[in-house]
Design a protein around this ligand. Structure first.
Ligand code: AHM
Ligand code: MG
Length: 362
């Protein structure tokens, strides 16, 4: 029998909910969190609205070529380029619109910011404004859409410093420790929502027949040790010296200083790679390299690194830039980029040691 949610905090072990146990919908989970005083009604509504938008995106992604939504946005020479300087896919644009439209009118937000938009967007005057800020990458890994590989939506929730007023870009520039909720939705063989409101990281699977997210793992736990790493190896020659040394020792396997053989996986969809790490451990990294050094890294702090880092820390893992705890980075820009190392605690600490030793000797 399922444990009563209102009295027992989620046990901190990877606990798949087995068939036959009482099913706990996302709605029920959020109501129980509200009763326990960990979230308020507005934050509950916000998460429900994001989850509903993700269901709509899941339907669009799932239709694939039949929905006429594959390929680049814009036409021919007029390819649509976003603020990141990247060509937008039709599904990037559509997912962004779905999230904007769903979140505009509920009264729970002061503003939104998206990886696909130049600046943040305040809630229109026609609607009431609330006390939260929502940031999202509407469709991460979208270069994978056309080849039918998992993609996902990543989101982060902050408190609005001036709740109820027009949100400005600078209101969003809060460190990851200030997040009140974070999550992602992965559109893979099944659609899953992985969520934290600061009380563990929990996974919900979309039951397509009834149209609701049902808890399938309560209290995800990342094993501290791992033998699996995820990185785009084709960038090796562009990496900094400490990353070269770290991965060199991973590749040396049982003959090298690490004394064990490592396996490598790289989906090139951060959501899918992080989901694997939350499920069975590993380290994910997108380090600084000479191609992206001028921008600070490849992945975005506010839309990718911070929400994933909160989910990973809440599952017992660690997240770092290689030189600093990710969640303590003070953002200076909405679209700021950072190097990323996250996953199994001992491996993230090992990567940090290589950076610290290199920096000390330099
Ligand atoms: P995107 O937000 O434009 O999709 O870029 C982010 C993606 C991540 O999902 C993934 O980890 C990374 O870019 C892959 O980069 P690369 O193609 O260099 O391996
Ligand atoms: Mg992205």
């Amino acid at each position: 029998m399922a444990a009563p949610f209102n009295t027992v905090p989620p046990p901190m072990t990877n606990m798949p909910i087995t068939a036959g146990s009482q099913s706990i919908s996302l709605t029920r989970y959020l109501i129980e969190e509200q009763r326990a005083g960990r979230i308020n009604a507005d934050l509950r509504l916000l998460i429900e609205v994001v989850a509903r938008a993700c269901k709509t995106i899941s339907i669009a992604v799932g239709k694939g070529a039949l929905g006429g939504v594959l390929g680049d946005a814009g036409t021919g020479d007029e390819a649509s380029i976003n603020i990141q300087g990247e060509a937008q896919k039709k599904l990037d644009v559509l997912s962004n619109e779905i999230l904007l439209e769903a979140n505009a009118w509920g009264g729970h937000l002061a503003g939104l910011a998206s990886e696909e938009m130049d600046t943040s967007q305040p809630i229109p005057d026609a609607y009431p404004r609330g006390n939260y800020l929502l940031l999202f990458d509407p469709l991460d890994g979208s270069s994978n859409i056309d080849v039918n590989i998992s993609v996902g939506t990543i989101f982060s929730v902050l408190r609005a410093p001036d709740g109820g007023t027009h949100a400005q870009d600078e209101h969003f520039l809060q460190p990851g420790t200030a997040q009140v909720a974070a999550g992602y939705c992965t559109y893979g063989p099944s659609t899953m929502l992985v969520l934290t409101v600061g009380n563990g990281t929990h996974a919900f699977t979309l039951d397509r027949e009834i149209g609701s997210f049902v808890m399938t793992t309560r209290g995800m736990r990342i094993p501290a040790e791992t033998k699996e790493f995820a990185v785009n190896m084709s960038n090796q020659r562009f990496w900094e010296a400490p990353m070269q040394a770290y991965v060199g020792d991973l590749l040396a396997g049982s003959q090298g200083p690490r004394g064990k053989d490592f396996n490598m996986r790289w989906v090139a969809s951060m959501v899918a790679d992080v989901h694997r790490i939350l499920t069975r451990g590993g380290i994910f990294s997108y380090p600084l390299d000479s191609k992206c050094a001028a921008k600070g890294g490849k992945l975005r702090l506010m839309y990718e690194a911070n929400p994933m880092s909160l989910l990973v820390e809440q599952a017992g893992g660690a997240a770092s830039t290689g030189r600093q705890r990710m969640l303590e980075v003070q953002p200076t820009g909405l679209h700021q980029r950072v190097p990323v190392f996250l996953g199994s605690r001992s491996e993230v600490e090992a990567a940090e040691r290589y950076h610290a030793e290199h920096d000390a000797s330099a």
